[in-house]
Design a binder for this molecule. Sequence first.
Ligand code: NA7
Length: 539
Amino acid sequence: DPDFSTAPLDVVVIGAGVAGMYAMHRLREQGLRVHGFEAGSGVGGTWYFNRYPGARCDVESFDYSYSFSEELQQDWDWSEKYAAQPEILSYLDHVADRFDLRTGFTFDTRVLSAQFDEGTATWRVQTDGGHDVTSRFVVCATGSLSTANVPNIAGRETFGGEVFHTGFWPHEGVDFTGKRVGVIGTGSSGIQSIPLIAEQADHLYVFQRSANYSVPAGNTPLDDKRRAEIKAGYAERRALSKRSGGGSPFVSDPRSALEVSEAERIAAYEERWKLGGVLFAKTFADQTSNIEANGTAAAFAERKIRSEVQDQAIADLLIPNDHPIGTKRIVTDTNYYQSYNRDNVSLVDLKSAPIEAIDEAGIKTADAHYELDALVFATGFDAMTGALDRIEIRGRNGETLRENWHAGPRTYLGLGVHGFPNLFIVTGPGSPSVLSNMILAAEQHVDWIAGAINHLDSAGIDTIEPSAEAVDNWLDECSRRASATLFPSANSWYMGANIPGKPRIFMPFIGGFGLYSDICADVAAAGYRGFELNSAVHA
Ligand code: NA7
C-alpha cells in the first residue's frame, strides 16, 4: 500500500472490474493520486467471480473490449465471436499488466464505509483490512450485478450436499460427474450453465419459476482473416457502437415490425436469430414499445423453441408467458433448449408447484421431493443498487445513501447523488449501461468523471454535487422514457422485482447509449449544468 497518512488522496476507486480498472488508468494518466480497493484477489470483477461452466459474454468480443488504446485493440486476438469467461479474464489480466494497474489496488479488501466531511471537503474511507484513508473524490465502480441474491428458502442451511452460486464459483472448478444436481434459476447464468452441467451430472433437475427467452449465440471461432478484417475496420465499428442504443455496431430496422410484409418480417427475424443472442430484441424499432409488434417477435421465438424441444409439453413450459420478449434481457445460449431432449434432464415447473423447503437431502416442492447431491443457485443479483447498499456511505449531514435511496435510487445522469458531493458512480442506476455494452459505457462514464475532476482542479473548485432539482428532473426523464416502452411490465431485475421488498422502479436510462453520451457531453459543455460547484473550503 502507498503511504495514506500524508496528504489526502485525490481519488479512491472502489472495485477493480472493467470500470475500476479503466478509472485507475485514466485518472492516473491525469496526474491524480489514485488508490483502489477490490474485494477479490485479482482484477476482473464480474469476470473474476462468475466462473460457472458456460459463462460467456452476450456482446461480441471485438465490441466487448476497451477502445481507449488503439495499440491494445490491434494487439489482442480474440479466439471466438463471443468470448467465454476464461478468455475475458485473461484479456483483463493482460490489460492490468500492460497498464500496470495492479499496483494501484489493494486486493482481498472490501470497503466498509465512506463518510463525507464538510469542513475539509474530503471523504474518509474505511475497509475491512483496517485502512482508514482520506480522499477528495470517491469513484464507485462497484458493478451492477455483483451482489449475489440467494433466496431465503426455508431450511436452506440444512442442505447436506454441496452448494454453489453462479456468481461466486470456485476457482478450481466443480466436477458434477455421477451427481444429482439441482439448478434453481433460468436467467442467463442458469441457461448458460445448464447444458454443460447436464453433460456431467448423473441427473440434472432444473427448477424454473419463470421461463426466459433465449437465442442461440451462433458462436464461431475467429480466424486470422476475420480478425484482420475487423481490426481494419475498428475505427468505424467503434464509432457506430458509440452512437448506437446498445453500444454495439448493430442498428434496428427503423420501420415498425407491423408495416413490413409477413415474409419480410420473418426474414428479418431469421437474420437476427442467426446473428445470435440479445440483438434479437432490437430487430425492429418498435419491438419493445408496441405490444403487437412485440408479439410478432415472440411468436417467431416460440416457433424456434418448439422446433428444438422434442416433448411439446416441456416446450410449453419453456415458452415465457409473463413478459413481452426483450423486456427481460434475452439470454444468449449454446444448446440450451436441446438440453431438455436428454434423458438425464428434468424441468421442474415451480409455477405449478413452488419450492416449499430445502432439507438435508434435497428440495421439497408442493408436490414432490427431489434428492440432490449438489445445489446450484443461479438466482441472480441484487442488481444496480446492491453493492452500494452494502457500503455505509454517508454524505452531507450524515445522511446515508440507503436513506437517500429508500424509495428507489436517485441520481443525476447515474453519475452523482444530491447530498453526496464528490462521489461518482460508474454504470449506476440512471445510466444506460446495463442495457448496453458495459465496457464502452464504463469508458464513457470514467472519461466524463475525469473531465469533471479536471474542470474542478483547473478552476480551483472543491466540490461538485447534483442539485436536488437536477436529480428530480433526471428521474422524471428516466421514468417518462421507460413508460413509453414495454419494459416496466416485466418483473425484471431492471425493475428491482427480483428482490423481495425492493422498490419497483425501472432503474436504467432507456434512451440509448449514444443519446446518453450526448446528454453527458452537453451537460459538461454547459459548465456542468445541474451540478452545484463549490469552492467554500479554500475560500
Ligand atoms: P437473473 O437473470 O436475475 O435470473 C435469476 C433466475 O433465478 C430467474 O430465473 C429467477 O426467476 C430465479 N429465481 C430467483 N429467486 C428465485 C427463487 N426464490 N425461487 C426460484 N427461482 C428464483 O440472474 P442471472 O445471473 O441469470 O443473470 C443476470 C444478468 O447477468 C443477465 O441479465 C445478464 O445481463 C448477465 P424469476 O425470473 O425471478 O421468476
